[in-house]
Design a binder for this molecule. Structure first.
Ligand SMILES: CC(=O)N[C@H]1[C@@H](OP(=O)(O)OP(=O)(O)OC[C@H]2O[C@@H](n3ccc(=O)[nH]c3=O)[C@H](O)[C@@H]2O)O[C@H](CO)[C@@H](O)[C@@H]1O[C@H](C)C(=O)N[C@@H](C)C(=O)N[C@H](CCC(=O)O)C(=O)O
Ligand SMILES: Nc1ncnc2c1ncn2[C@@H]1O[C@H](COP(=O)(O)OP(=O)(O)OP(=O)(O)O)[C@@H](O)[C@H]1O
Ligand SMILES: N[C@H](CCC[C@H](N)C(=O)O)C(=O)O
Ligand SMILES: [Mg+2]
Length: 488
């Protein structure tokens, strides 16, 4: 068993009260997970302060307490360690506890508002296809080779994260590809990890409920690159306004990709339709199964990262050509009877919705109707609600505003906020139906031959979260079922 002293290696310590040589059984940042001989790390959170739970942790058997301010009552049998930053300490300690698994494989992190899941998943599938055993940490799921481990977050808390990386190392993985969310960077869930590379996709409006201003959101994302080591690569999208800024202060080896300007990895779209993309990448013409300009960016990012990790150009392009995208990202099927194209997409930001609708507009052959069903999540960025409704009506023939995951909010009130973004002259395009199933059914009823239906916002999600309860709900399944029912 490791001692507290071993686990504290590299942590900025202010004071130690008690014996640092005690053995530690497990680490926890949540007092509810404390067992005998564990170390509890008290972290200040968004809703509560972990320091309030120190006594509770001791009563459950904690042998060590890591905190920023020492409690008034200290027990003789417990070791108290005062640190400068408990959140940072939790990452570093989790690394030490699990033998720093990120040092034992090549860990690649992907950040940006949109495209993280797609890029990380494509990298995982590419490397698996190239014959490497590897791991994936993503919004949709975590994976170690073929073994799927359900994910609770885009980027897990530092203890779960290091535990998963340690399992990957134990299982013989050489690479791990992970999404790095802005929440995770800000909450230091990635503290102490050693990255072999970092990728930037893009940055647009999202999560302003959490980060408050766009500048702060940019600063947080940038800090991921600021902290990369010199041994890593940092790959950025030059077509994004903030692409250069992201790498301004990084020590890592800089590299760029672009569809529109000179870059280390240069791509051009030759064809973009429902059968996929044809692109020119560094003078080679390649066909991909993924659809839409935004996926051209994702593919280019993946190609660039693989080259920076040392793979051969022809091998990468050949393998990438046949790979499918992540679940619920431009996931579509065509109905037998009326050839209605039904698309499920995880677009839950104004920019993602705009991109997916622009992609659909490009795919239109004649004057098919485009019907969009969309909602916004509760307890999340409220500023995006009217913007998303506006984007939807500006770029669709018919829009049905509906409920996403209302969480603790009233879905009718969320929809009312969305409605405020619909310009008066476009109001007739738009109706609101709170029940998501009814909304999808109505879209199908409105659709005629060859029309296109986009159901946006929930992608792969298999539930609808209402007041803390996750009710089974799957956009793709509902579309299938309703279509079958209406065709009978
Ligand atoms: C807003 C947010 O990000 N919250 C995360 C945060 O929790 P928190 O700050 O709210 O925690 P808190 O309730 O204030 O508690 C503070 C501390 O006291 C501890 N505590 C609390 C209660 C108790 O009885 N005992 C106890 O010890 C908690 O474990 C915590 O360490 O830290 C927790 C542990 O890491 C996370 O699980 C939690 O994610 C919540 C569930 C969440 O929904 N997060 C979302 C917004 C999120 O992180 N999303 C991103 C993706 C976003 C994107 O699309 O880019 C993600 O990476 O998943
Ligand atoms: N490179 C991109 N640029 C803009 N939009 C994109 C891009 N890639 C994907 N999208 C859109 O964003 C949606 C979400 O994509 P993806 O899940 O890959 O992003 P993400 O960054 O992982 O999202 P999250 O932060 O929720 O985990 C997709 O369904 C698609 O509509
Ligand atoms: N990772 C994103 C997911 C949003 C998905 C959408 N369906 C919602 O519930 O808002 C978030 O936590 O903001
Ligand atoms: Mg994701």
């Amino acid at each position: 068993m490791k001692t507290l002293r071993d686990i504290l290696y590299n942590v900025s310590i202010i004071a130690v009260h008690g014996d640092a040589g005690i053995p530690v059984n497990a680490l926890a940042i949540d007092s509810r997970n404390i067992g005998n001989q564990d170390a509890f790390i008290a972290v200040k959170g968004v809703h509560a302060d972990g320091h309030q739970y120190i006594e509770k942790a001791v009563s459950l058997g904690a042998a060590a307490i890591i905190c920023e301010s020492l409690p008034e009552v200290m027990h003789d049998q417990v070791t108290y360690v005062q640190v400068k930053d408990s959140a940072a300490a939790s990452g570093i300690m989790a690394g030490n506890f699990f033998d720093n698994p990120s040092h034992q494989l090549k860990l690649v992190g992907v950040t940006g508002t949109n495209g993280k899941t797609t890029i990380a998943t494509l990298l995982f599938r590419l490397y698996s296809k190239l014959g490497y055993h590897c791991g994936l940490l993503s919004t949709v799921q975590n994976q170690i080779g073929d073994t799927v481990i359900p994910s609770t977050h885009t980027t897990p808390d530092p203890i779960s994260l290091n535990a998963l990386l340690a399992k990957m190392v134990e299982d013989g993985c050489l690479y791990a590809f992970m999404e790095v969310s802005s929440h995770a960077i800000h909450q230091q869930r990635i503290a102490g990890l050693r990255f072999a590379g970092g990728l930037f996709s893009n940055i647009t409006h999202d999560h302003l409920d959490y980060h408050k201003t766009f500048d702060e959101y940019i600063r947080v994302k940038k800090s991921f690159f600021d902290n990369l080591p010199t041994s890593a690569f940092a790959l950025t999208n030059l077509d994004d306004k903030r692409g250069n800024v992201m790498l301004q202060n990084t020590k890592a080896r800089k590299a760029t990709y672009s569809l529109h300007t000179l870059a280390d990895f240069k791509g051009k779209i030759l064809e973009n339709n429902l059968t996929g993309l044809i692109m020119m990448i560094d003078d080679t013409e390649v066909h991909f199964r993924l659809i839409g300009e935004f996926n051209a960016y994702n593919l280019l990012a993946v190609y660039g990262a693989a080259r920076l990790l040392g793979e051969d150009k022809a091998t990468v392009l050949q393998a990438l050509s046949d790979i499918q995208g992540a679940e619920g990202r431009f996931d579509y099927f065509i109905s037998d009877k009326d050839q209605i194209i039904a698309i499920v997409d995880y677009a839950h930001t104004p920019d993602a919705l705009k991109n997916v609708l622009a992609t659909i507009q490009n795919l239109r052959k004649g004057n098919e109707q485009l019907i969009t069903v969309v909602g916004c999540g509760g307890d999340r960025d409220t500023a995006k609600r009217p913007i998303m409704a506006d984007v939807a009506v500006e770029n669709s023939d018919r829009v049905i505003l509906t409920s996403d995951n209302p969480r603790s909010e009233d879905p009718t009130a969320i929809i009312a906020e969305m409605e405020k973004g619909v310009p008066v002259h476009l109001k007739k395009r738009c109706i609101s139906i709170v029940d998501r199933k009814e909304a999808i059914k109505t879209a199908l009823t409105l659709a005629g031959k060859n029309d296109i239906i986009l159901v946006a916002g929930k992608g792969h999600e298999k539930y609808q979260e209402i007041h803390g309860v996750k009710h089974p709900f799957d956009d793709k399944q509902v579309l299938h079922d309703m279509m079958t029912m209406l065709e009978k």
